[in-house]
Design a protein around this ligand. Structure first.
Ligand SMILES: NC(=O)c1ccc[n+]([C@@H]2O[C@H](COP(=O)([O-])OP(=O)(O)OC[C@H]3O[C@@H](n4cnc5c(N)ncnc54)[C@H](O)[C@@H]3O)[C@@H](O)[C@H]2O)c1
Length: 549
């Protein structure tokens, strides 16, 4: 077994780690020390010459050099990464997977005291206001440390060591938790093979007495049934309400039928529902939770990539009407959101690829790391290659895109901000929605439509001078590589333009366009009609940067 100790600088990883290691005759590996030895320089020297980015590269290599986790039941290695190593999702994937990860949690006030007395120079907390700096680091990293088992690191060292020993005795769990955070919009957990434990935890927190699932046949067969079996094995009585598959679930008559199912099960006011499925299940299941008994708590277990990075986050629930999609609904945030990337292994390629349309949009909003990851690994993710799962690429993309949405939505829960805020998420959606409408929601998947819409926004942005050519080429190039938004579409340009007129991004009669800038987006309501027409016509003609597909 390998034990990984994480925590802020000064949290006692070395002191605690050495003691635990010596009790078991295990090796103690301090990754910062290893880097210094290999480089023949101290970390402050590396920071001074190569900057933080240079140091982080060396750190990633040191983590990779650990090789696979030790699978024996006896403790063989105690690994102490530097405090910031786990910020990088791939490091966390490599460090936490198959290992026992423990967080030595020490309050910033105590840490600042300790660091003041420390003989070691720690570059990230040097300079004035160490307490302020430690607080900042704690806030930025808590969700990464929180994925590990928490031990109160303020106690006497023997007490801390004993607490760690207790966890060592319990062994390594099968799943890998990568991120855990209590957010304004629900408790979020991300990982692999974590759903049963995470849903069980959420049910206990909500004082539930049974596990009431709402799902649909596809997601149920692929993932829900296994989850229900695991919860039943853990002692939970299980109930199930199945909605129809796909968009057919988003009908008001389905809500009535499902609510009657809940009534027959005598579901009470505080009993949570567990929604297992993609966006076409989460939207109506959430609406059911919002409306049944005027609102019961719910837990989201999204099983598609679209749902994990988009629809499950933000509390928008609802159903369609014959007059339009999502016209009837409510904001109702789930109590917990469980993103288990294991669910995505059975997802068809077309679903994965289309979801990347939304994720490219998230990158274009200004997430450089997400952009780079998609450029490097997007194609293998789109194909659903086992290697993309094994390497942690899928988990990284889910984490980055989902967290980016958490941040935007938390800052603007009900879409009130006029600039910035939630409206920025509509990049690519004005033309995207119009294409879906022109298509009669028949053939295009939402993410596919968003990819066309993003290309259109890039063209409009270039035409009105807000999207620099190199940014335009980069976004189009990524979409080309992912084979998104390239093929010509058979809809008349007038039908598409007319559909933009009913788009909800209307404000005072003028369409508000979210357009890419050099490193993010801006909102413009003065785009000339002929520029929009040209962009719509170009994407309909199949105008990627390359030749039409
Ligand atoms: N609420 C929001 O903020 C929001 C945001 C984006 C999209 N949406 C909505 O989401 C819906 C689209 O959701 P979607 O793209 O997830 O599609 P979906 O829910 O229809 O799922 C797609 C298909 O995959 C199957 N499936 C689900 N999980 C699976 C798994 N793990 N393995 C294999 N197959 C699986 C389903 O049975 C279905 O056939 C639309 O209705 C859209 O309006 C909502």
């Amino acid at each position: 077994m390998d034990l990984v100790l994480v925590g802020l600088p000064g949290s006692g990883k070395t002191a605690v780690g050495r003691r635990v290691a010596s009790r078991h005759g295990a090796a103690f590996l301090d990754l910062d020390e290893q880097i210094e030895r290999a480089e023949g320089r101290t970390i402050p020297e590396i920071f001074a010459t190569e900057g933080e980015a240079g140091f982080r590269r060396l750190e990633r290599a040191a983590v990779a050099a650990l090789g696979p986790a030790d699978a024996s039941p006896t403790l063989r290695r105690v690994i102490s990464p530097g405090g910031g190593a786990i910020v990088d999702p791939r490091n966390r994937w490599a460090l936490y997977r198959g290992r026992l990860a423990v967080w030595l949690d020490v309050r910033p006030e105590v840490l600042a005291q300790r660091l003041r007395r420390s003989p070691n120079v720690r570059p990230l907390v040097q300079g004035g206001d160490p307490l302020g700096r430690v607080r900042q680091l704690a806030a930025a990293r808590e969700r990464f440390y929180g994925a590990a088992h928490r031990v109160n690191g303020v106690a006497e060292i023997t007490g801390v060591v004993d607490a760690v020993e207790g966890l060592v005795a319990a062994g390594v769990s099968a799943g890998t938790t990568l991120l855990r955070s209590t957010t304004k919009i629900g408790d979020l957990v991300i990982g692999e093979s974590i759903a049963a434990d995470a849903v069980g935890d959420a049910l206990r927190r909500l004082e539930a007495r049974r596990a009431i699932f709402v799902s649909e046949p596809g997601a149920w067969a692929a993932f829900g049934e296994g989850l229900a079996t695991a919860l039943a094995a853990a002692g939970w009585p299980v109930e199930t309400v199945l909605l129809p598959a796909g968009e057919d679930a988003k009908r008001l008559s389905v809500i009535e039928e499902a609510a009657r199912g809940l009534a027959r099960l005598r579901v009470e006011r505080r009993e949570p529902l567990i929604a297992v499925g993609g966006g076409a299940l989460g939207d109506p299941a959430g609406f059911l939770a919002a409306a049944y008994l005027r609102g019961v708590p719910w837990i989201q277990v999204p099983t598609t990539l679209v749902a994990q990075v988009d629809s499950a986050i933000g509390g928008k629930t609802g159903v369609d009407l014959p007059e339009g999609k999502n016209l009837l609904g409510a904001f109702h945030h789930p109590a917990a959101i469980v993103l288990d990337v294991a669910a995505l292994r059975t997802l068809p390629e077309r679903q994965l690829r289309a979801a990347l349309g939304e994720i490219v949009k998230m990158a274009a909003l200004g997430d450089e790391a997400l952009f780079a990851t998609l450029e490097a690994d997007g194609e293998t993710i789109a194909r659903g290659d086992a290697a993309a799962f094994e390497a942690g690429a899928v988990a990284e993309v889910v984490e980055r895109a989902a967290w980016a949405k958490v941040e935007v939505v938390s800052a603007d829960e009900r879409e009130h901000a006029s600039a910035g805020g939630r409206i920025t998420l509509n990049l690519g959606h004005t033309i995207g929605h119009a294409l879906e409408a022109a298509d009669g929601y028949a053939t295009l998947l939402h993410g596919e439509a968003v990819a066309y819409g993003t290309r259109a926004a890039v063209r409009i942005g270039e035409a009105v001078g807000v999207t620099p050519p190199e940014r335009a080429r980069r976004i189009d190039g990524l979409l080309d590589r992912l084979d998104l938004g390239r093929a010509p579409l058979p809809y008349p340009v007038d039908a598409v333009l007319e559909a933009t007129g009913t788009d909800k991004k209307h404000s005072g009669g003028r369409l508000r366009w979210v357009l890419p800038t050099g490193d993010g987006v801006t909102i413009r309501d003065d785009v000339p009609a002929e520029v929009v027409r040209e962009a719509a016509a170009a994407v309909l003609a199949g105008a990627g940067t390359g030749s039409p597909a």
